[in-house]
Design a protein around this ligand. Structure first.
Ligand code: SF4
Length: 339
């Protein structure tokens, strides 16, 4: 059920619950809401980001399929708190097709009460997960990130203060308001395991416990990629105790003996080559060069590859180009133990 009364205490409740963003950055939700409330502008906007543009991430789809009322409840609370009516729900084309019938009656119910909640249907892209790139896309501009600051909470959609939160954050706000928030988070488990899927488990469990409690702990030598099938860091099986599934909460399991390092590195590099938005030269050129270099060699040319990746890390405009090195360097160091 969505709510239509102004809950003035909602930010205190969010703060007490310790909510942080679930899109990857982990920023305090209460702090972000207060920043938008304080910012001056002719208009304020709320944007729900369901841009899961990376392999291994599918929790937003699960939440919107199963808990759309709680998500929209959170959106309405944000709109009331910010004293505005205008919200966009960002869905890629596939999610829109899968969720339309479920979401439309609920959005209509809100809009019949005076809200103006619309979809923004995005061409699937990884950079669309960056909140400023998403705002550009909604404005009809190229989907590429903006220079920050100013942050969207001060100058976001059409230059107005804008609250951008992930689907899971609005779901959690809905749970806080309903008194059912239980300090859990959603985890996407995928790869070489028996019971892959979306799980809702305590937020303080480490990766080893998550795999054990879901009956997924492998009986073969394995390693994992955590936080996204492209950008996530890679850890060996003996590094999982005490390590939370940070970022977007995904864990992909790989069979160590059956994973070809060259194929895996090419998978990551191809993704980045296709997803680079092209705005800055280090990433636009670097993603092509490093992929071509790896493709030309029978074995991974580690030193030459790291020379390009380190330059990209130091000089790219946004986290996409800066982080191409992360999965590769952590795999090299933690799993192959070559450093
Ligand atoms: S780093 Fe890559 S994705 Fe980011 S702005 Fe530059 S070209 Fe675009």
């Amino acid at each position: 059920m969505t709510t239509n009364h102004v809950d003035n205490d909602i930010v205190e409740k969010i703060e007490q619950a310790g909510l942080v963003g679930r899109g990857g950055a982990g920023y305090s939700t209460a702090k972000k809401w207060r920043e938008v409330a304080k910012a001056k502008g002719r208009q304020k906007y709320v944007v729900v980001n369901a841009s899961e543009g990376e392999a291994g991430l599918f929790k937003d789809l699960h939440i919107l399929k199963n808990h759309a009322d709680l998500v929209l409840g959170g959106v309405v609370l944000a709109l009331d708190y910010l004293q505005t009516k205008d919200a966009y729900i960002n869905l890629n084309k596939k999610y829109h097709r899968l969720l339309r019938l479920n979401l439309e009656p609920r959005i209509k119910e809100c809009n019949d009460r005076g809200y103006n909640i619309k979809y923004f249907i995005e061409t699937p892209s990884y950079i669309g997960g960056d909140e400023t790139a998403l705002l550009n896309a909604i404005e009809g501009k190229r989907t590429e990130p903006r220079l920050k600051p100013p942050y969207p909470s001060i100058s976001g959609l059409y230059g107005c203060p804008t609250l951008v939160n992930n689907v899971e954050t609005f779901y959690n706000v809905g749970c806080v308001a309903a008194g059912i928030y239980a300090r859990k988070r959603y985890y996407c488990l995928s790869g070489k395991l028996k019971h892959g899927g979306v799980y809702h488990l305590p937020e303080d469990w480490d990766i080893a416990q998550i795999l054990k409690e879901t009956n997924n702990y492998p009986n073969f030598d394995f390693f994992v990629q955590v936080g996204g099938g492209a950008s996530g860091m890679v850890y060996d099986q003996n590094q999982l105790a005490g390590r939370p599934a940070t970022g977007a909460g995904s864990v992909e399991v790989f069979d160590k003996r059956r994973t070809d390092p060259r194929k895996l590195v090419l998978r990551w590099l191809k993704f980045y080559q296709e997803e680079s938005c092209g705005k800055c030269a280090p990433c636009r050129v670097g993603t092509f060069e490093v992929y071509d270099l790896a493709k030309k060699h029978k074995h991974v040319p580690w030193p030459e590859m790291f020379a390009i990746l380190e330059t990209m890390e130091a000089t790219s405009f946004c986290p996409l180009g800066q982080s191409v090195i992360d999965p590769i360097r952590s795999y090299y160091k933690n799993v192959l133990k070559l450093a």
